[in-house]
Design a protein around this ligand. Structure first.
Ligand SMILES: Cc1cc2nc3c(=O)[nH]c(=O)nc-3n(C[C@H](O)[C@H](O)[C@H](O)COP(=O)(O)OP(=O)(O)OC[C@H]3O[C@@H](n4cnc5c(N)ncnc54)[C@H](O)[C@@H]3O)c2cc1C
Length: 379
């Protein structure tokens, strides 16, 4: 290999953007491509905010990844003199009888140096009287976590990449023939072809469509409705100055981000929605979701009962069968890599996955078995 490999990264979302930046910082020549731009409204990294948490249940790699992310986000914030991570804290309300996920998270939080408190229902009631904790038995407060600015940080990553000498082109890679080994050049939407030493496909929910034989249904795009409710006038009880980000493990998993920047109280149901086409899908929320979320809101945050829906967004999860990421080579092409399958929890890990990917490519490393394609095929 020449001393300075040329690497094409396709997709400038949270996964591809950070990967391109880390590769560039380690001396590679990098071309980053995106059909519609970083954090665009069709991308899984679009929209305002994402949760930064480290509670992930027992026996998984993501708490350790989140601990590293909690170091990398501030590092780049300092460098760029901008804030993306808002440390409101993340409160887990445990209202399910089976608390193995939350209870099983504690050891890993502790081992990875994540600051947290275990709280009784009585402690939570005293601290946040605006929440109805009637069926909640206990909770976890991750005090240094919170939420991240989504679209804004994706755009900042690409700006930094360009400033550092990377090449960014707003062009689409055409899907035709990508799986015909060997891949020598990418066919682009302007009719040109781009040749590189390595191709990293970080195309979020589009990955299955681009590689139907190898990935196909292993990355399913599911429709997720996100609702923003208006806060009572002059009332700061539901803003991010007062309330942490929260997750509620009951019969369903609801989560939310308190009102920020004079926007609404964000709330979503994490249940995987129907299949959704990220290119042509119309982004209209389902009335059934609005009804279900309203009922939940009235129960858990009684002063928000009847609050008007002031904004709504549709995003899509790029869901793998086991919710673990896909970080691996194409089985028949050593120069083609996949990075995706964020499965509704990938955003916070973007800077760490960028590091992981840069190490794998530049040091000819082997991907972790938990993220490899072999876990699906057994080979
Ligand atoms: C509603 C919702 C809530 C979420 N909540 C959280 C959360 O709280 N915390 C968290 O950590 N994560 C969360 N996630 C998950 C996280 O946002 C995603 O896992 C992550 O953003 C995925 O990033 P990505 O770069 O893989 O995909 P994307 O952001 O979709 O980026 C892929 C990019 O590839 C481009 N592209 C696609 N095809 C081509 C092509 N042929 N040629 C060129 N470019 C192409 C697209 O334009 C796009 O910009 C959530 C996701 C959703 C949808």
């Amino acid at each position: 290999m020449r001393s300075k490999p040329h690497i094409a990264v396709i997709g400038a979302g949270a996964f591809g953007g950070w990967t391109a930046l880390h590769l560039l910082e380690r001396g590679a020549r990098v071309t980053l491509l995106d059909s519609w731009g970083p954090g665009n409204s069709r991308a899984s990294s679009g929209g305002e905010t994402r949760i930064m948490r480290a509670t992930y249940g027992p026996a998984q790699p993501y708490t350790e990844l989140a601990a590293r992310a909690l170091k990398l986000w501030p590092k780049y914030e300092r460098r760029w003199k901008r804030q993306f991570l808002h440390r409101t804290g993340v409160l887990w309300m445990v209202s399910s009888r089976d608390d193995s996920y939350d209870r099983g998270s504690l050891d890993l939080l502790w081992q990875n140096g994540i600051k947290f408190q275990e709280l009784s229902a009585a402690q939570m009631k005293r601290r946040w009287p605006q929440i109805n904790f009637s069926d909640v038995t206990w909770g976890i407060l991750e005090s240094e976590c919170g939420y991240l600015d989504a679209r804004a940080s994706c755009q900042a990553v690409v700006e930094a990449f360009i400033t550092a000498g990377g090449t960014y082109c707003q062009l689409a890679v055409l899907p035709q023939g990508l799986e015909n080994a060997p891949l020598r050049a990418l066919p682009l939407s302007d009719g040109a072809r781009l040749a590189a030493d390595f191709y990293i496909f970080a195309c979020g929910p589009w990955l299955g469509q681009l590689f139907p034989q190898t990935l196909g249904e292993r990355i399913r795009a599911t429709k997720q409705d996100i609702l923003f409710f208006g806060l009572p006038a002059g009332d700061s009880r539901f803003s991010d100055a007062t309330l942490p980000v929260w997750g509620d493990h009951g019969q369903r998993f609801f989560y939310g981000i308190p009102g920020r920047d004079r926007r609404g109280f964000k709330i979503a149901d994490d249940t995987r929605g129907p299949a959704f086409d990220p290119t042509s899908g119309e982004r209209l929320v389902s009335q059934a979701t609005v009804k279900r979320v309203r009922e939940y809101l009235a129960f858990r945050f009684p002063a928000m009962k009847g609050a008007p829906l002031i904004e709504a967004r549709i995003c899509q999860y790029e869901q793998t069968p086991d919710s673990d990421f896909i970080v691996d080579r194409h089985p028949r092409m050593n120069n083609v890599w996949f990075l995706g399958g964020g499965s509704g929890h990938g955003f916070k890990h973007g800077p760490v996955l960028g590091e992981v990917m840069a190490e794998l490519i530049l040091n000819d490393g082997e991907p972790s078995p938990i993220w490899s394609l072999r876990r699906f095929t057994g080979r």
